[in-house]
Design a protein around this ligand. Sequence first.
Ligand code: CU
Length: 85
Amino acid sequence: MGHNVVIVKEADFKSVVGAINMSHGAAEGYLSPESPVLAKTALIGGGETTSVTVDAGIFEKGESYTFFCSFPGHYTMMKGSFSIN
Ligand SMILES: [Cu+2]
């Protein structure tokens, strides 16, 4: 098992999580390569650490974003949102 952080536009969340499939593999976070993912970390286990660098310029003023874990099934509980004001 593992956990990660994936960031997408809120409007893309349902399609992105709908395309999560074990066949895409852990290295891809089980995400479809066609999914409009803005940023993601590696999947890691308890006690591990990881990081990702994101160019803040990708975030648009007035847009809403969802961050979630893409391990299959986790996004139902492991998610949150933010917006740029
Ligand atoms: Cu998780």
